[in-house]
Design a protein around this ligand. Structure first.
Ligand SMILES: Cc1cc2nc3c(=O)[nH]c(=O)nc-3n(C[C@H](O)[C@H](O)[C@H](O)COP(=O)(O)OP(=O)(O)OC[C@H]3O[C@@H](n4cnc5c(N)ncnc54)[C@H](O)[C@@H]3O)c2cc1C
Length: 491
């Protein structure tokens, strides 16, 4: 039985490990932290259970397909609930729109916001569905190793319909004039880590995912997905070693013979690196074996980092839903301060997740559990004083906009930003979501899953194909596992 080491237990590592164990390999996962899940870990404090990272469960079909690989279903591990309304957007004080679940209700809303626009919405979603079917069912499963992968007949036929070469910003404006609709449709692009002007219109597939496939929630919290995937991996025979940061790859010619972990060398036939690509390359691999130089990384466009506040309140709130977006400030300045002229934002937009609106198990009775997220540029100087300034700013805006007093009801608070992403995950510049999905960083143009200088090493995770987000990371693990198996069988 060939032995494989997987570095890291985020979604991509869990997925790669389980897929490889299913193929009959002897798989061990080495994780630097105490628990699995990476950026999607959770913690408990004073009766609250906080999901630390992802809060949006989109593309349920991707999860379904993943669990089916092992003869399972997500429902074997957690109960999913579709949120309706899906989310709320505040455009200003007491000025809000709730986004309903279901296309019929959405058409009604669109006609209210821009008379006659429901017809455009239907066409927009139809094109989004086409892109979703090609993009999520085919493109994202390609390893990104050769342009011939993109020469597939169906793909080539549909290339023009994928709108790869126009921006999503232009594309949305062809259909709609209402500023509110435009803001609402540009929002999912935030997940992709680039401005709407720099994001290919291919990604209107995200609008299809949002509006047609829906926003879901695993009861008990997003960490239930991690628990489910860890169980699947264990059922396949994967072994987990926590508190085990990998210190380096040990080389033997063009092969990695093993890993240095806790100051002792462990021997393996293959390595799958799911920790941040930059960290693996720049810190774990001897210089002459690295695929990319630091200058390559300096030129990459990173997706934003996040300033996060985990907050417990000793009261229930009426002014917000499970997901609430505060779009009361202009995003163009905020976007400029993330992407073009990186600095702490002047007046940021922000997002609040309040899972206790749906799920009583994540907060004590009568209390609320909040995650407040401000997208910020990676690589900023991160100090407690700055975090505190933004905490006060968002609490003031939250109170003004929702009309709810919360400051004196805060019973728990923890902040999290760049320095924590670096300390916890070895994240390059403290990034939260890896690389931005710009045209020049899509598919084959992303950092590669293989390194010709080390022929038994495979990379996976949100910095390689297909990109950031929970569903793409789960797919990334499958892609790396499949490539490893293919090469192993050809040897
Ligand atoms: C705040 C935030 C909000 C998000 N919101 C959403 C959302 O709502 N919906 C969505 O779909 N996506 C969301 N995402 C993105 C999503 O969470 C990530 O894309 C995904 O979790 C990345 O998985 P990964 O396996 O690539 O990386 P990671 O989760 O970072 O896993 C890598 C693992 O490697 C470990 N590691 C690092 N170095 C070493 C080492 N030397 N040795 C051993 N182990 C090591 C790390 O500890 C970590 O566990 C969000 C992310 C963040 C941070």
């Amino acid at each position: 039985m060939k032995k494989i080491a997987v570095i890291g237990s985020g979604f991509s590592g869990l997925s790669a490990a389980a897929c490889l164990a299913k193929e009959g390999f002897d798989v061990t996962v080495f994780e630097k932290n105490q628990t699995p899940g990476g950026r999607a870990r959770s913690f408990e404090a004073q009766g609250f259970t906080f999901d630390m990272g992802p809060s949006w469960y989109w593309m349920p079909d991707v999860f379904e397909k993943y669990f089916q690989l092992f003869g399972k279903s997500p429902s074997d591990y957690f109960a999913l609930k579709r949120l309706d309304p899906s989310y709320r957007i505040y455009y200003g004080a007491n000025d809000l729109v709730d986004i309903p679940a279901g296309v019929e209700a959405l058409c009604k809303l669109f006609d209210e916001l821009e008379p006659g626009s429901s017809q455009h919405l239907l066409r927009f979603l139809e094109e989004g569905e086409y892109k979703y079917n090609i993009g999520i069912n085919e493109l994202v499963y390609k390893p990104g190793l050769s342009v011939t992968e993109l020469m597939d007949i169906e793909l080539a036929k549909g290339l023009f319909k994928l709108h790869v070469f126009q921006s999503i910003s232009q594309y949305i404006r062809k259909f709609f004039k209402s500023e509110r609709i435009i803001k609402l449709l540009e929002f999912p692009v935030l997940f992709l880590g680039a401005t709407p002007e720099k994001t290919p219109a291919l990604y209107s597939l995200m609008n299809y995912a949002d509006m047609a496939l829906g926003t879901w929630y695993p009861m008990g919290g997003m960490y239930k997905i991690v628990e489910g995937m860890t169980s699947v991996a264990e059922e396949q025979g994967v072994k987990f070693r926590y508190n085990s940061p990998v210190q380096s790859l040990e080389m033997n010619g063009v092969r990695a013979k093993g890993l240095l972990v806790n100051n002792s060398v462990e021997y393996f036939d293959y390595i799958v690196a799911s920790a941040d690509y930059h960290h693996v390359e720049q810190q774990l691999i001897p210089e002459k074996y690295r695929k990319y130089k630091q200058t390559y990384w300096d030129k990459r466009v990173l997706a934003p980092s996040s300033l996060l506040f985990y907050v417990g309140l000793n009261k229930k709130l009426k002014g917000l839903l499970h997901h609430t977006l505060f779009f009361d400030e202009d995003f163009s300045l905020h976007a400029k301060e993330i992407y073009e002229d990186p600095k702490w934002p002047t007046s940021p937009q922000f997002y609040v997740s309040c899972p206790s609106q749906t799920d009583p198990s994540v907060a004590p009775a009568g209390y609320e559990n909040l995650l407040i997220l401000i997208p910020v540029a990676p690589g900023l100087e991160d100090e407690e004083m700055i975090r505190e300034k933004y905490f006060n700013l968002v609490i003031d805006r939250f109170e003004k906009i929702t009309g709810e007093q919360i400051r004196q009801h805060i019973v728990y608070k923890r902040t999290y930003a760049h320095n924590d992403f670096i300390a916890d995950y070895n994240a390059y510049k403290g990034n939260a979501y890896g690389l931005a999905n710009t045209l020049m960083q899509t598919a084959n143009l992303k950092p590669s899953i293989i390194n010709k200088k080390i022929n038994n090493l495979f990379y996976t995770g949100q910095l390689t194909v297909p990109g950031p987000g929970v569903p793409p990371s789960i797919i990334s693990g499958q892609v790396a596992a499949r490539e490893l198996v293919k090469r192993y069988r050809n040897l």
